[in-house]
Design a protein around this ligand. Structure first.
Ligand SMILES: [Ca+2]
Ligand SMILES: [Ca+2]
Length: 624
């Protein structure tokens, strides 16, 4: 996180008691944002508003590989070091919580028993093949290996394919090799991997070779890429690795690969496009001169790379799954994230930029049936742990944490973090943003104004992967003290939020609305770290639900370089114009208009703009 932002957060939390979410904040971090809203009044409950998730989807991990199988499940694996582990889930967004099984471990004396890296599962001719790099543990001796399933169950059992030496798959040079993947093109299989030209670790190239079956390379390797451009040359040795095959609707083949040192902030994705139809022709692969996906320091994303591609459950959307450093300079301390990507008119993929881990994203299409824009409380009080009173614990600067700091070493019986809270009396949801890397549930004790302590449990997601744990608190006075003390095992604290139970202001993010001819962009100064860029043709439609019919104050948070306006339609009736005075880029302001809403579902649409306008969110407040 940027320092500049931390200042904003601090001021917002400490000096301005009620903020119409006028600052970026995290909400509902760990859990999906489901609601009990009715999709259609008069029909049965059950359909939900669409759900949201936040990255990471796996709290500790690197080299993610995911595949959607015909049985309706996603299968996921990542580097675990000394075995092959597979996760299984119906949903992409909760794959990290899926059923999990170690499907293979080498014999103690096997040459492929350790440094097991970047496994990939491929379903070929009715069987699963798992490709992985391994050695005896000396990673300067890595080679590629493959396992074959006995049946069609991804959970195995697996064995070394017949006739192979511990499942090794190699070209005649038998040089250092990692990150192998399979390209299927015109009924022919090709193996693509990252390897050394000779026997010295100076540069990792990408190679391709033909295969005669899923475990045999049947020809010489051909180099198709080497690190040569500035953005491929950060860190030594120089690196091209993690090749991944991507095809567009017309069947055009791309290889997206990772470049620069995986331990650097500059690890990124590059792309090769196959021209012609012979992938063994070195000159047929054209490298894009710029990276296609790279760090985004403005929202605290560093070293995004080593990806995998997958479709949403209904097949309508394309998603990229990748790992990133947990914070600037975190090196190999990484977690796994995902986001949707689009296609350009020329048929090339457009991955955009990596989103903040604090951004709430829609779950992939097909995971949720609903289509309402989720309402979020318009009033949130946020306090950073590093600004609180800390006893027998340590304040640590850390860019993975909000405000740039966290409290760790809450290790002793008398360790605590104490927050002075100034809010209206009432019932609140207390959200504690914690980190737990213990591998099992830990806890803290929470007490309010010196009262009895309640235990708050923290699921384990990895250190510096922040999640929220919630509890209800009643604050009987305006000035309150919330003390969070050591509980079971260990955990760190980033911040807390207090959300009034009786909120009358609700916020709806523009980037979560239904958009037509409008574009989502990252913006570190907008709520949810995203905004919508709308033009004169754009329609931004908010299907929302309110409990009571009546007149509401609709506020639009916008910024614009030129004075303009948009028409507001409520349930397809013209309501009026909302006017936007010139603010300058990302200088967010509110403009308001009164709208009449019926009980239940309403559609609010902003359209017919007279210029280019950036929209952050809308809020609705019922008039008395
Ligand atoms: Ca913090
Ligand atoms: Ca927003």
């Amino acid at each position: 996180m940027k320092r500049k932002k931390s200042g904003t957060l601090k001021i917002a939390a400490l000096l301005i008691p009620i903020v119409l979410a006028a600052y970026p904040y995290d909400s509902s971090a760990s859990m999906k944002f489901s609601s009990e809203m009715k999709e259609n009044p008069g029909t049965a409950y059950g359909k939900q508003a669409f759900e949201l998730f936040q990255n990471p989807i796996v709290g500790d991990g690197a080299d993610p590989w995911i595949v959607k199988h015909s049985d309706g499940y996603y299968y996921y694996t990542n580097t675990t070091g000394n075995n092959i582990t597979i996760w299984k889930s119906k949903n992409l967004s909760d794959i990290g919580k899926g059923e999990k099984k170690v499907v293979w471990k080498a014999a103690p004396d096997a040459p492929n028993r350790d440094a097991i890296w970047a496994p990939e599962m491929h379903f070929i001719n009715g069987k699963w093949y798992i490709y992985y790099a391994a050695s005896t543990g000396d990673s300067t001796k890595q080679r590629m290996y493959v396992l074959e399933s006995e049946g069609s169950d991804p959970f195995g059992p697996y064995h070394h394919p017949e006739g192979t030496y511990y499942g090794q798959i190699t070209d005649p040079t038998n040089k250092w090799a990692i990150d192998g993947t399979v390209l299927e093109l015109n009924d022919q299989l090709y193996f693509v991997w990252s390897g050394w030209e000779g026997d010295v670790n100076v540069s990792q190239q990408l190679y391709i070779a033909p295969m005669s079956n899923p475990w045999t390379i049947s020809g010489d390797r051909v180099e198709i890429s080497r690190p040569e451009l500035d953005w491929e040359l950060n860190g030594t040795p120089f690196i091209n690795e993690g090749p991944q095959v991507l095809k567009n609707k017309k069947g055009q083949v791309f290889i997206v690969y990772s470049a620069s040192g995986s331990w650097t902030n500059d690890y990124c994705l590059g792309m090769l496009t196959l021209t012609g139809d012979n992938p063994l022709n070195k000159d047929g692969w054209v490298k894009k001169p710029e990276p296609v996906f790279q760090k985004n320091p403005s929202v605290g994303v560093f070293g995004p790379g080593h990806n995998s591609f997958v479709k949403s459950p209904d097949g309508k959307e394309d998603w990229i799954v990748y790992h990133a450093a947990k914070f600037s300079g975190a090196g190999w301390n990484r977690n796994v994230r995902m986001q949707k990507f689009e296609w350009n008119k020329d048929g090339t993929p457009n991955f955009g930029v990596p989103v903040s881990v604090e951004t709430l994203q829609r779950v992939p299409s097909g995971e949720s049936e609903g289509r309402l824009v989720p309402s979020q409380p318009g009033v949130v009080y946020k306090y950073e742990a590093e600004e609180a009173k800390v006893n027998q614990a340590r304040i640590v600067k850390n860019t993975s944490a909000s405000g740039g700091g966290k409290v760790g070493n809450i290790d002793f019986a008398d360790s605590f973090v104490e927050f002075n809270i100034h809010v209206p009396k009432g019932d609140y949801t207390l959200k504690v943003r914690y980190g737990n890397g213990m591998g099992q549930t830990s806890s803290h004790y929470v007490s309010v104004n010196g009262g009895n302590a309640s235990e708050l449990l923290y699921e384990s997601y990895g250190w510096d992967t922040w999640k929220n744990a919630d509890m209800d608190v009643t604050l009987n006075q305006e000035q309150n003290v919330i003390r969070i003390s050591k509980g079971k095992l260990y955990a760190e604290i980033d911040s807390i939020e207090l959300i009034p139970k009786e909120t009358t202001i609700f916020r709806y993010e523009a980037e979560l609305a239904n958009l037509n001819k409008a574009k989502i962009a990252n913006d570190s100064l907008s709520t949810n770290f995203q905004k919508v860029e709308s033009t004169i043709d754009s329609h931004v439609r908010f299907p929302i639900k309110v409990d009571k019919a009546g007149t509401y104050d609709l506020k639009v948070r916008y910024s614009t370089e030129v004075p303009s306006s948009q028409s507001v339609f409520t349930n397809d009736d013209y309501t009026g114009l909302v006017h936007y005075s010139k603010t300058g880029k990302s200088n967010w302001q509110y403009s308001s208009i009164q709208v009449n809403l019926k009980e239940g579902i309403n559609n609010i649409t902003l359209e017919n703009g007279t210029g280019e306008i950036d929209l952050d969110h809308i809020t609705l407040t019922a008039n008395q």
